[in-house]
Design a protein around this ligand. Structure first.
Ligand code: DC
Length: 225
């Protein structure tokens, strides 16, 4: 089976729309692999900080993106992705709003996106892949069999992010998160390269006030066995 014959479900949408949890649950049901592409941008931001690389140094960031030693695996409770950077578990750091904001900044750099594109496509392994991010259905896997655009009101997304952070012991302020989410939405949607936008053939699901399981069920319904 060539790589492009392996089925992909692309799940895109803004921060806090529930992409992570929904993707991991869909993948678990199907026994498929997962790609949390946001985690790639986030860990790159953390690695840049560690290697003292400026977030403005696009060339050095792209080299780091190509060479970075990093491993990803779903967390056992499917609440997110475990990330091992150069042998160290950085998963809690990854969820911080500061990592999200730094990720959003470096994600606007074309050569960084290009370097990560190759790594992202390598996740397409049999029997299938559930990939979540901003441009999974538009740029990385435009031939994905199923494309979903998950969204929710900014207020609800901020609430969810707040709860996630508090649950893992990170101090957070709801009003700050709401502002940061609005800023990040704006930056991710208005950048010239691979902006956050629903693919023309994506099913848009608004998860405001909707629990996770019906959303997972709706996506699974579309998978042809
Ligand atoms: O999904 P997330 O919040 O973990 O993503 C963090 C940032 O990474 C997000 O603000 C924009 C960037 N990102 C991206 O540009 N493209 C992706 N496919 C995934 C994330």
């Amino acid at each position: 089976m060539t790589n492009t014959n392996i089925p992909v479900i692309a799940i895109d949408g803004p921060s806090g729309a529930g992409k992570g949890t929904v993707s991991l649950r869909v993948a678990k049901h199907l026994g498929w692999h997962t790609l949390d592409s946001g985690a790639m941008y986030r860990v790159l931001a953390i690695a840049a900080h560690r290697h003292k690389i400026s977030l403005e140094d696009e060339t050095a960031l792209a080299t780091l993106a190509t060479d970075l030693e990093v491993h990803f695996a779903p967390l056992p409770d499917l609440s997110g992705t475990q990330v091992i950077l150069e042998g160290q578990d950085v998963s809690p750091d990854l969820r911080r709003e500061s990592s999200g904001a730094a990720a959003s900044l470096i994600a606007a750099k074309p050569t960084v996106r290009q370097a990560l594109l190759t790594r992202q496509r390598a996740f397409r392994q049999a029997p299938g892949l559930v990939a979540d991010g901003r441009d999974m259905g538009t740029v990385v896997f435009p031939d994905a069999a199923i494309k979903i655009f998950l969204t929710a009101s900014a207020e609800e997304r901020a609430q969810r992010r707040y709860k996630q952070l508090i649950d893992i012991g990170i101090d957070a302020k709801l009003s700050n998160i709401l502002i940061e989410i609005a800023e990040r939405d704006k930056r991710d949607s208005t950048r010239t390269i691979a902006p956050l936008i629903a693919a023309a053939d994506a099913l848009v699901i608004d998860t405001t006030g909707v629990p996770i399981e019906p959303v997972v069920a709706r996506i699974l319904e579309r998978v042809v066995h």
